[in-house]
Design a protein around this ligand. Structure first.
Ligand code: PAF
Length: 329
């Protein structure tokens, strides 16, 4: 196991990427980026493993981005363990680690950056509505990472993201398309622990009681997946009510959305015939659908994405389930 090169500045990183690309000796090497905020867990391991299979040069970034935290305490308490992360990245045969200080990425922070990337309307839906500015912060730092790491042509560039952060993935895909960024976006499915809880760096802050409460989130998703699979009514409203009554869970939202637009899906004509029940054509504005509308019909072929967010103990947790690809535990 060789230790990856750890680079702290943009200048060093660009030089290291150019050198690593040249050293491959390949006509068109693939440079892959796995952006992280550190505190690596098995979810990151899945990303790194997948990225390693296609990458000739694998770069990981470790940077806790203040712009995407709407809550100062969350930013302050976000776990930081760079030495351990570097050891993990070495195990995953990462070639280069970019671990800049805050001043390197935002020289005039906290006053700047003045110019930021906006996630637009897509950044103001579910998670974005509860955490104003969050997706603008993500879009800004990810654009910076892309432009910093972008390898010289004819190398190809790809970046890997977890599907657990489904809204983030939708924002990034759209941003890349809208801004013509020359990077391929790849993703890996949600990674869960043995009880079904989606892995997250924030799980480190859950007490034993919080952990038990947190399992309500994934159990709700598995219930929806099982109902979708067997063609039963989803009864999202009933599940919301149960979650609201669950000890230790402060539900923010539980919705079924279109995976690209993130609009809440409401029954269209297909719902009544059992065809294309949750098709994108039946979209309405986010959060406008009266609660319970989804529950009134059968969902024989749902193609929506379930998004859930709740505060559990000291942390906010999110999780997701693609009803198309649902494979309940
Ligand atoms: O998903 C994350 O860990 C972060 O949002 C990211 C993509 C590294 C940007 O800070």
């Amino acid at each position: 196991m060789s230790t990856p090169h750890v680079l702290k500045t943009v200048r060093e990183l660009r030089a290291a990427v150019a050198q690593a690309v040249a050293e491959t000796g390949l006509a068109q090497p693939v440079v892959a980026l796995v952006p992280t905020m550190g505190a690596l867990h098995s979810g990151h391991a899945a990303l790194l493993k997948a990225a390693r299979t296609s990458a000739d040069v694998l770069v990981a970034s470790v940077f806790v981005n203040p712009l995407q935290f709407d809550d100062a305490a969350d930013y302050q308490h976000y776990p930081r363990q760079l030495e351990q992360d570097i050891a993990d990245l070495a195990r995953h045969r990462v070639d280069l680690v970019f671990a800049p200080e805050i001043e390197e990425i935002y020289p005039d922070y906290p006053f700047g950056p003045l110019v930021r990337v906006s996630a637009g309307e897509l950044g103001r839906r579910w998670e974005g509505r509860s955490r104003p500015g969050h997706f603008d912060g993500v879009a800004t730092v990810v654009t910076k990472l892309f432009t910093i790491i972008q390898p010289p042509a004819p190398a190809r560039f790809e970046a890997w993201f977890g599907e657990k952060d489904a809204e983030q993935l939708a924002v990034i895909r759209r941003m890349v398309a809208d801004l013509h960024l020359p990077v391929g976006i790849r993703s890996v499915p949600v990674v869960r622990d043995e009880n079904g809880l989606a892995l997250s760096s924030r799980n480190l802050r859950l007490s034993a009681a919080d952990y038990d409460a947190a399992l309500h989130l994934s159990q709700t998703l598995f219930t929806l997946a099982a109902r979708a699979e067997s063609g039963q009514p989803l009864d999202v409203e009933g599940l919301r009510t149960q979650l609201e009554a669950a000890d230790g869970v402060e539900l923010d939202y539980l919705v079924v959305v279109d995976p690209l637009s993130l609009h809440e899906l409401v029954p269209g004509r297909g719902a009544l015939t059992g065809q294309g029940v949750l098709g994108a054509s039946s979209c309405r504005g986010s959060g406008e659908a009266p609660r319970g509308m989804l529950d009134a019909v059968r969902h024989d072929a749902p193609d929506g994405l379930v998004l859930i967010a709740a505060r559990v103990g000291p942390v906010r947790l999110i999780d997701t389930m693609d009803l198309n690809a649902a494979a309940p535990l």
